[in-house]
Write a protein of this length. Structure first.
Length: 331
């Protein structure tokens, strides 16, 4: 049995004058899934989200919601990047108003608003005005307004903005609950460590076009020419060893490999290598052992942050924008 995605986006495009902001982006978001929609500033993410929400119309392509055209706003929750709260309204009245816009009765909206405000420790501030809240607490209210009506699809544009680490963890838990309850969540955010912990699949775009898509393991397999892990070596030049060029040594043993070297603490050089999973390090160790003392070796899988940086730099280089070379310096 084929399950129809909650949201299916096919080849959407948007042009502003001579500038094409979104260039044929396609993806789908399924029930009980958190989908990460990622990219650098100016990549076309917010323009894409506005097309999904019918705030602006695509020049081409289609957006399908629950198998049909158009977006039923009663079944969608949207947290925009920009705040849109009335600062003179009370917390409870704000949520009741937002709930009724999504088809809730005033009584149901008020009951849900009070339940959520108590959970967020606003029980004694329900009659406080929105304008008296901190930026982070206003973000909480805006988030509640997006989920109060228990939508089938939740679209979150930079939900962690203004939140301290404790409240970031709170939002992670809440978004995870939405997934457990069967909602489809489309998440766009720059806090990649949090996004990696939360999302089931990802789409990375740059310059309005797709760069990479899939699960984290699939992204690792496709990024950096198949590099699946990062090896860090803490090096110290061996006493009496001839002065050598670290870059030349690496080029001999890792032709075409990606590496970065940086000065660490207490005279150490930290060397980071992007390698295919399971690479043989013995030739590298022998090459470095002539001039360097290897004090520590650690390995880790490529993080979402590292995949993102490599992919976006590669796209910028291909577009002629001038990315810094991987081996930017040699020690």
């Amino acid at each position: 049995m084929t399950h129809v995605p909650v949201l299916a986006v096919e080849g959407i495009r948007k042009r502003f004058g001579d500038f094409e902001a979104v260039r044929g982006v396609s993806f789908d978001v399924r029930a009980s899934e958190v989908f990460g929609f990622l990219g650098p500033n100016g990549a076309g993410k917010t323009t894409s989200l506005r097309m999904l929400m019918n705030i602006t119309r695509p020049d081409a392509g289609s957006v399908t919601f629950m198998g049909g055209p158009g977006m039923d706003r009663r079944l969608v929750g949207y947290l925009p990047e920009e705040r849109g709260l009335f600062e003179d309204a009370t917390l409870v009245d704000t949520l009741v108003y937002l709930g009724t816009l999504r088809g809730m009765s005033r009584a149901d909206a008020r009951a849900e608003a009070k339940r959520w405000l108590e959970r967020f420790e606003f029980a004694d501030r329900m009659s406080a005005k929105v304008g008296t809240l901190s930026k982070g607490n206003q973000q909480k209210i805006q988030f509640l307004g997006a989920v109060l009506h228990r939508p089938a699809l939740v679209v979150l544009d930079e939900p962690f903005s203004g939140l301290d680490p404790l409240n970031q963890e709170l939002f992670l838990d809440l978004i995870g609950e939405l997934r457990t309850q069967g909602a489809a969540v489309l998440l766009s955010a720059h806090q990649l460590t949090l996004v990696e912990r939360l999302c089931d699949r990802f789409l990375l775009i740059a310059n309005g076009s797709e760069l990479l898509s899939g699960t984290l393991e699939e992204l690792r397999a496709r990024a950096a020419h198949g590099a699946g892990e990062v090896v860090r070596l803490d090096l110290r030049r061996a006493a009496g060893a001839p002065v050598g060029d670290l870059g030349s040594s690496l080029a001999r043993v890792l032709p075409g490999g990606e590496w970065r070297a940086a000065d660490g603490r207490e005279g150490l050089v930290q060397l980071d290598l992007a390698l295919p999973t399971g690479s043989d390090l013995a030739p590298l160790m022998r090459e470095l052992g002539a001039s360097w003392r290897i004090e520590r070796v650690t390995t880790s899988a490529l993080s979402l942050h590292e995949i993102y940086v490599r992919a976006v730099r590669g796209a910028s280089s291909a577009a002629g924008e001038g990315a810094a070379p991987a081996g930017a310096r040699s020690a």
